[in-house]
Design a protein around this ligand. Structure first.
Ligand code: ADP
Ligand code: MG
Length: 693
């Protein structure tokens, strides 16, 4: 239960004065549903209003705050002309200018003969100073409402700075004093203030420096967020390892048969990863391990051999993939090898319905099949296993902790192996997995050629198409990946269909198309025609991003490569260079390129080391965020910026660990304050792992 002291922060945003039915949606998009979300909405800029000259001294182009006496109101003579309110001080006259004015309103806020404090940008018109649409108009008594340095907030359609600023102030007014959850020594050493003070200070920047993620109040808030994150992860992890695990240890007879059926020898890193996994499974605790390896590094075989070890020990094993295509592909790779060891494989996806599905579920429950492969269909509620010993999750960033745990709950002490194809930088790894054990496949299988990567301007599309034609003549298979046009499937699709139609006029029936909106069966057919049939050139949206394996494909064209992220480009490129043939990747870009896009393309040309790409990706994205280009939506961290706060993260990790050693159930004074922290950052789930108190 959320502590009472936080109630005001978790009131709905629309409970704040100034947020009504017309703007509530916009506020939810901008910040989030609760008052606390507005507290986390930190300023991205400032307007300095401390410049307070006499009218005649006011410099054009500067924001000024002036105290004036209101004179005549001048109605415009035509609708195109503005309404003017002539004001003055003892040095001269200043016009306040309003387009589309409502005279009754202006008479109310600017009564003739009264003194008013106005603030806005000074312009000169026909030699006279004026301010059009002043940002602030206040009476002398109210002049304190005009801040000397006004924070500027990121906005969204339908909300002005005035409205957002007011709402944030109202939200801050509801922020309570909270008990201190920081370690006193660390807190003092950092020179931090109490939470509420830090929050107010972060919203009251006095200069540009105060906007930096390194400003003291912002650091404290970021640390709070990171500490909540690390503490929550540590609690989840502790609850998992506390749950009784079991020792799963096979005798190797199935693995030997599968290995004998492999057309290749395992790489050194595959063998090492495998032995780490098997040791972990054989230990009496629960395994929770990450298998990291670049695209094409051979994770599937490692997964299969681990699963066979579970089957040897008499348990069942399941592999869960994020998409239907991937599940089928894993099935195609694994089935022949498993069968060579005499182990039957059951495939279960969303496409299985009715009787077939019911039969499959019965067999799983009865333990008639030991090895299951599937999509999320595998962890639906009615799926039961006779005795699940190992769950392998091919994660590709798509499953959350929650799903991971629901598969785990399908058996007693299930060991879990999570596979990710995108190497994750150390910092990100910490924030999303905590101190999870990891095995890394750093070696590429033998015989792989590096991919020759070039970037070419879209202006040279004609040359590129000629090049594709030559490649096809040489019997090569070509992917043509179409751009993300906005964040919608629809426009992606239109772009892909257009390119498909254009290429068809040249290449006829040798061109195929695959996109996310096709039915699964159509998609499979298109992929199969490309892999083994008459299709040589496959136009695709990013559906091919995840693990599809066509070793004969050796050319990839990525159109509007500048629109893709680095990790995504790397994933895409991983589709080629899988066989022993030399492969090439053409990154088609539309100039002029922004700095970040240019850097991305350069890194892609320079390296295909996934671990380096992952680090660079984070660095670039972090920089983007610093510049305030963070996309709307809900980023994982509201206050911490991993590109800048890496050290705070490491400190938070150690802090969380130490706290739980000293006060495992968070019942001491600091412990109780930390519970508030967990609720503040909406880690309510984690609190459930604690004894109440
Ligand atoms: P990942 O899932 O890591 O992207 P896969 O497991 O799909 O990679 O393997 C990619 C390809 O490499 C597959 O065709 C697989 O059969 C092959 N492969 C795996 N291990 C080796 C190896 N040790 N030597 C040669 N080829 C391998
Ligand atoms: Mg794979």
């Amino acid at each position: 239960m959320r502590p009472e002291v936080l109630y005001s922060l978790f009131a709905p945003v629309e409970s704040l004065p100034g947020i009504g039915p017309r703007t509530v949606k916009a506020f939810q998009t901008l910040a989030g549903p609760h008052v606390v979300d507005l507290c986390w909405h930190l300023p991205s800029g400032i307007i300095d209003r401390s410049y307070a000259p006499k009218v005649m001294e006011a410099q054009p182009g500067r924001v000024a705050t002036l105290t004036v006496t209101v004179g005549e109101h001048q109605q415009p003579r035509s609708r195109r002309q503005p309404y003017r309110v002539r004001c003055h001080d003892d040095s001269g006259t200043l016009d306040l200018v309003f387009f589309h004015a409502r005279p009754d309103y202006l008479h109310r806020i600017l009564p003739i003969g009264e003194t008013r404090v106005v603030s806005g940008k000074i312009e000169y018109f026909h030699g006279w100073p004026q301010i059009s649409h002043p940002d602030h108009i206040a009476s002398v008594e109210e002049q304190d409402t005009i801040q000397g340095v006004e924070p500027v907030y990121p906005l969204t359609a339908g909300l002005t700075l005035k409205v957002v600023g007011k709402a944030v102030r109202a939200a801050l007014a509801q922020a309570p004093e909270l008990p201190e959850w920081q370690d006193f020594g660390f807190w003092r050493q950092q020179g931090w203030t109490a939470w509420r003070e830090a929050l107010l200070a972060a919203h009251a920047p006095q200069g540009e420096d105060d906007l930096s993620a390194l400003a003291t109040p912002r650091q404290r808030l970021a640390y709070d967020e990171l500490l909540a994150n690390q503490l929550a992860l540590a609690l989840v992890r502790r609850s998992q390892t506390r749950m009784k695990g079991r020792a799963v240890e096979g005798d190797g007879h199935l693995r030997d048969q599968a290995i004998a059926a492999l057309p290749f020898a395992l790489t050194g890193s595959q063998r090492k990863a495998l032995s780490e996994i098997l040791d972990d499974m054989a230990a009496p605790h629960r395994m929770l391990r990450l298998l990291q390896g670049d695209v094409g590094s051979g994770k599937t075989v490692v997964a299969l051999l681990s699963m066979l070890a579970a089957v040897e020990a008499g348990c069942q094993a399941a592999l869960m993939a994020p998409t239907e295509i991937l599940a089928r592909q894993h099935d195609a790779t694994i089935r022949p090898l498993a069968e060579a060891a005499g182990v039957e494989v059951l495939l279960l996806t969303g496409r299985d319905k009715g009787k077939g599905r019911a039969r499959a579920l019965e067999r799983l429950k009865a333990g008639e099949v030991k090895l299951a492969i599937g999509t999320h269909a595998l962890f639906q509620q009615d799926v039961e296993f006779q005795d699940l010993g190992l769950a392998v999750i091919d994660e590709q960033h798509r499953f959350g902790v929650h799903q991971r745990m629901s598969l785990q709950s399908k058996g007693r002490g299930v060991d879990v192996l999570v596979m990710t194809a995108t190497p994750i930088p150390r910092t990100l790894m910490l924030t999303s997995y905590g101190d999870m054990e990891a095995s890394r496949l750093t070696e590429k299988p033998a015989g792989r050629q590096p991919v020759d990567t070039r970037s070419i301007s879209l202006d040279r599309l004609g040359d590129v198409v000629d090049g594709v034609a030559r490649a096809i003549e040489q019997g090569r298979k070509v992917y043509w990946v179409c751009p993300l046009v906005e964040e919608s499937d629809k426009s992606d699709l239109a772009a892909a269909e257009e390119r498909f139609a254009a290429l068809k006029t040249r290449f006829g029936a040798r061109v195929g198309l695959v996109h996310g909106r096709m039915k699964a069966a159509e998609k499979d057919r298109a992929m199969a025609d490309f892999k083994e049939g008459d299709i040589d050139l496959l136009v695709a949206t990013t559906v091919i991003e995840v693990g599809v394996d066509v070793p004969s494909a050796t050319v990839m064209v990525i159109e509007h490569a500048e629109r893709f992220g680095l990790a995504q480009l790397h994933q895409l490129r991983g589709r080629i260079g899988r066989g022993s043939e030399r492969s090439s990747c053409l990154l088609l870009y539309q100039g002029p390129l922004g700095e970040t896009a240019r850097a991305r393309l350069r890194i892609m040309r320079e390296t295909d080391d996934g671990f380096r790409i992952a680090e660079e990706d984070m660095r670039l994205r972090g920089a983007g965020e610093l510049l305030g280009t963070r996309q709307s939506g809900f980023p994982e961290f509201r206050l911490a910026d991993l590109a800048v706060h890496g050290e705070l993260l490491a400190a938070a990790r150690d802090d969380a660990k130490l706290v739980l050693e000293r006060d495992p159930e968070l019942q001491g004074e600091r412990g109780r304050a930390l519970r508030v922290l967990l609720y503040l950052f909406e880690r309510d789930q984690a609190v459930r792992f604690l004894r109440s108190g």
